[in-house]
Design a protein around this ligand. Structure first.
Ligand SMILES: *Cc1c(COP(=O)(O)O)cnc(C)c1O
Length: 363
């Protein structure tokens, strides 16, 4: 994990946000899911040091882990919180999201119990139909929130469902609904001093949704959400390395691994890499994916097993101990997360989150 890449990606995003001529929004750096697999503790401290205004994670437990790591920046919790133990919010000074009437009641009750005035962010559902108060039912739901004596609305936000689908009309529609909701809030007793909406894809594609803060995740890890093109100079922070642990020859017609997939056409040299699906490698890599050995792409053959994968190194001079690059660069060749994800029919987000706990993170 290249923490300097993460710091430099944050600076590149801040530079991009400063390029429009108007005051640049602040950055709420998203570090949920163990900082997209990179290691929440190290990444959060790096982002805090490099100028993130706030960090965001999925639930109270993730946020507490950040505080335990020494994070002092404000921490926004995205999750629903309607059925959670909320004590950690007070003990660890977290900023919860009010995204349902149930969450508002639970937070109000907990804040009253702690004799606290709790600063929250309010989430409006402008069409994603996941968390948030429905944009078309605000007068029905928000007065109760506004009247909660122990809750203070520090910010209002929404989340886009189609920011990474450039031609989808829902993106513009969600923006308009959010604008209308913001305009209507004061009449329901809610002053929204701060607004935010944009994830990585949204901040890349439309300045109008930058508001006061943006909420990038993937960009900070150096990856542009597919299918968008890179308009910011970013460096991937994660590379995944292993070593060959065995080399062996197989004869024509023989296969390797469970199911004996991909029967060899002729004499073939296989190398065993000690990483499998327990480490996050996708089963569908078999017969599709590659790994880098000695600066060349070696096809994954045979099945991806729990702890091992075999690659075809025929004609290459490899021996146990040779470095294998699963994601990253070697000798001028590279395999990026976007390519790896596309090759197995998923998104980089999923592959990042799957990088197994057994894999040693080296910073
Ligand atoms: C995960 C998440 C983000 C960050 O999304 P990226 O696509 O990684 O930039 C922003 N906002 C919310 C509410 C999220 O859940």
């Amino acid at each position: 994990m290249d923490l300097e890449a993460i710091r430099s990606n944050l600076r590149a995003v801040i530079d991009f946000l400063s390029s429009s001529g108007r005051p640049a929004p602040g950055v709420i750096a998203v570090v949920k899911a163990n900082a997209y697999g990179h290691g929440a503790h190290q990444v959060a401290l790096a982002l805090e040091g490099a100028g993130a205004a706030m960090l965001a994670c999925a639930d109270i437990e993730e946020a507490i882990a950040l505080r335990d790591a020494g994070v002092r920046a404000p921490i926004l919790v995205f999750g629903a919180l309607s059925v959670s133990n909320l004590d950690g919010i007070f003990e660890y000074d977290l900023t919860p999201t009010i995204s349902t009437p149930g969450a508002a009641r639970a937070l109000q009750a907990a804040a009253a119990r702690h004799s606290a005035r709790l600063r929250c962010h309010l989430k409006i559902d402008t069409g994603m139909n996941r968390l948030g108060f429905r944009h078309d039912n605000l007068p029905g739901a928000l007065p109760e929130v506004a009247a909660s004596p122990n809750l203070e609305i520090g910010a209002v936000y929404t989340h886009f469902a189609t920011a990474d689908l450039p031609d989808h009309p829902a993106f513009g529609l969600q923006r308009e609904r959010f604008e209308r909701a913001l305009a209507a809030l004061p009449s329901m007793g809610i002053q929204a001093p701060v607004r935010h909406a944009a994830n990585s894809a949204a901040l890349l594609r439309d300045e109008r949704v930058w508001y006061d803060f943006v909420r990038p995740g993937l960009l900070l890890y150096g990856i542009v959400p597919p299918p968008l093109a890179a308009t910011i100079p970013l460096r991937p922070a994660l590379s995944l390395h292993s070593r060959i642990v065995a080399v062996k020859g197989v004869r024509a017609g023989e296969g390797a691994g469970y199911g004996l997939l991909n029967l060899a056409d002729g004499a073939t040299t296989l190398a065993v890499v000690p990483a499998g699906y327990a480490d996050g490698l996708d089963l569908r890599l078999a017969g599709r994916g590659h790994m880098l050995v000695r600066g060349r792409r070696a096809p994954v053959v045979g099945s991806v097993c729990m702890d091992m994968t075999t690659i075809d190194v025929t004609g290459m001079d490899v021996k146990p101990g040779d470095e294998v690059v699963i994601i990253g660069e070697q000798g001028g060749e590279s395999i990026g997360m976007r390519e790896a994800a596309a090759g197995v029919g998923t998104i980089p987000y999923e592959l990042l989150c799957r990088v197994g706990t057994r894999i040693q993170r080296i910073y």
